[in-house]
Ligand binder design. Structure first.
Ligand code: 13P
Length: 256
């Protein structure tokens, strides 16, 4: 059977000036040198303006890659202040985060726009890391599943099987982001299994079983291993704990 990659992603969000970012990336690269297990990939998502400088620090072949936290839905044009997918490729990014809840919430990004962003990313050779997750902790499992299914269907299911096989899914319950609260590993596993089932219903088992599904939301050095040992949890999307090299490296090393 095809073994999908294990992946840990560092989402720095809007943190670190250039000097701080270079220091953090250097520390992570040094600490992970020869320490990353087979089939494990590490992806750093610094702010856009640090991408080029950090790409120069990365060994050309190796398990550490670069991505961006967002991209525009068009390839170029009169969109002042925006950044396009081919620009990101040209400065060393090979991944892009799409549909993070902070983009959905603060910048009003909806399903149709996110579907366009996923498509443009794929056209320009960026692998999308697509975020989904329910907003409320208190709703029923059925409600949470419907919510996530709708997010997947409206932003990913226009893709061909070859295209969706390039996508990484990140399940981030919004109520768990930056709050110190998390679902139990059993609850996270159940949602990951459901996500894989929904993808399989549309694209078949083989495609669904090849797609990495990451957990995000207050994932830290204490709980990472508990999530990562579940069969459908293929790694993590890490916010706060990715801003300290030691913590992030500990999380990467907790992947089996
Ligand atoms: P925290 O790890 O800080 O909860 O953030 C999660 C997140 O939003 C990663 O994209």
């Amino acid at each position: 059977m095809y073994v999908r990659s294990k992946i840990v992603v560092a989402n720095w969000k809007m943190h670190k000036d250039l000097g701080e970012g270079l220091r953090l990336a250097t520390e992570v690269i040094q600490m992970l040198h020869n320490q990353v297990k087979d089939k494990v990939q590490v992806i750093l998502l610094p702010p856009f303006i640090h991408l080029e400088a950090i790409s120069k620090l990365l060994p050309t072949a190796g398990p550490i890659h670069l991505g961006a936290q967002n991209c525009h839905e068009h390839a170029f044009g009169a969109f002042t202040g925006e950044i396009a997918a081919p620009m990101l490729r040209s400065v060393g990014a090979s991944f892009v985060l799409i549909g993070h809840s902070e983009r959905r919430h603060y910048f009003g990004e909806g399903s149709a726009l996110l579907a366009q962003k996923v498509s443009i990313a794929l056209i320009y050779g960026l692998r999308p890391i697509f975020c989904c997750g329910e907003v409320e902790q208190t709703c029923t499992v059925a409600w949470q599943e419907n919510f996530v299914e709708e997010q997947l269907a409206t932003s990913l299911f226009h893709l061909s099987a070859e295209q969706i096989a390039q996508v990484i899914v990140a399940y981030e319950p919004v109520w768990a982001i930056g709050t110190g609260r998390t679902p139990t590993p059993t609850q996270a596993q159940a949602m990951h299994q459901f996500i894989r089932y929904i993808i399989a219903s549309k694209y078949g088992e083989e495609v669904a079983s090849s797609i990495p599904i990451l957990y995000g939301g207050s994932c830290d050095t204490e709980n990472a291993r508990l999530f990562f040992t579940r069969p459908d949890v293929d790694g993590g999307l890490i916010g706060k704990a990715s801003l300290i090299a030691n913590s992030f490296v500990t999380i990467v090393k907790s992947l089996e």
